[in-house]
Ligand binder design. Structure first.
Ligand SMILES: [Zn+2]
Ligand SMILES: [Zn+2]
Length: 136
């Protein structure tokens, strides 16, 4: 299937990216490290094929938040942009809310709900995974 190109970038506009190919695994992640990395109670992610993702303006700062995980963000304004995990080298996760059209990529589930903040009630019918989708 030929998906239209998706573009996005940070708040200040210094970093822009372009993604094509079939997106997958749209999720809302409640894990502690996404929370710290974003300063938000939950982070929406969507995965694109790594070969179909590129930064087209500026260069993000990269931060290794754990041995297998590399996160990127804008060094000027701080917007979290990507997440890459060494165990899943074929994909790059993009923060859904940094996309120009986040409405195109609604989350399909909740992940790491074992870390969910108690004051963030969930009332949607989406599946919930206590940890990652790979650790049921
Ligand atoms: Zn920026
Ligand atoms: Zn997370």
């Amino acid at each position: 299937m030929n998906e239209p190109v998706a573009e996005g970038g940070c708040l200040c506009g210094a970093v822009r990216y372009r993604a094509s190919g079939a997106s997958g695994h749209p999720t809302l992640c409640h894990c502690r490290s996404c929370r710290r990395a974003s300063g938000a109670p939950v982070v929406a992610w969507v995965t694109f094929p790594r070969g179909a993702f590129a930064f087209v303006k500026g260069t993000p700062v990269r931060y290794r938040s754990s041995p297998p995980v590399l996160r990127s963000f804008c060094g000027a304004c701080g917007t979290p942009l990507t997440y890459e995990h060494a165990d899943f080298p074929d994909g790059v996760d993009v923060t859904t809310a940094s996309l120009d059209d986040p409405e195109r990529f609604p989350p399909a589930d909740h992940t790491w709900t074992s870390h969910r903040l108690s004051w963030l009630p969930l009332s949607d019918p989406l599946p919930r995974f206590p940890r990652s989708r790979h650790e049921l």
